[in-house]
Design a protein around this ligand. Sequence first.
Ligand code: S3P
Length: 169
Amino acid sequence: MAKIFLIGMMGVGKSHWAEKWARKLKTGHYDLDNLIENLEEKTIPEIFAEDGENYFRNTEAKILRWFGEKKSFVLATGGGAACFEKNMEWMNRNGITIWLDEPLGILVGRLKLGKENRPLIKNLSDRELHSFIENKLLERESFYRQAQYHLSGSEISNKSLEKILQENE
Ligand code: S3P
């Protein structure tokens, strides 16, 4: 049984790996953004537009804390989740935190195709997107660095997960 929180920038693949690793561990996978959308019965862009980012961050922090009670899961958090409401501290106390990280160029390339559902980047041109992500990374790195594990590029693999689990048995 493991309680795993995946953190890191938009576009890094947190949802993908949450699903893959949960299947491997035969446990549940969750996506914090999806849980927020289900609870609010609105999409993330609608929540940002109608209720504002502060409201979104409060809801995100509230739903995150549901995982204090759960015994086993892999949770993909949203890119900003680690950076608000003492969430990073809370995740470190309540499970294993893994920062998934990819080079800027890879993130930007993926996000060009995935802007629509992401209110923070929805209206940016490709050129603006590059500097936005670069700045966000700088701004957020000190939070992401607090994760117990940092996997970059090809280190994001089943093998790394196995090693992490062994260390936490
Ligand atoms: C955000 C990332 C999104 C989502 C929201 C805000 C952010 O999640 O929570 O649009 O602040 O980086 P993903 O990282 O799953 O795209």
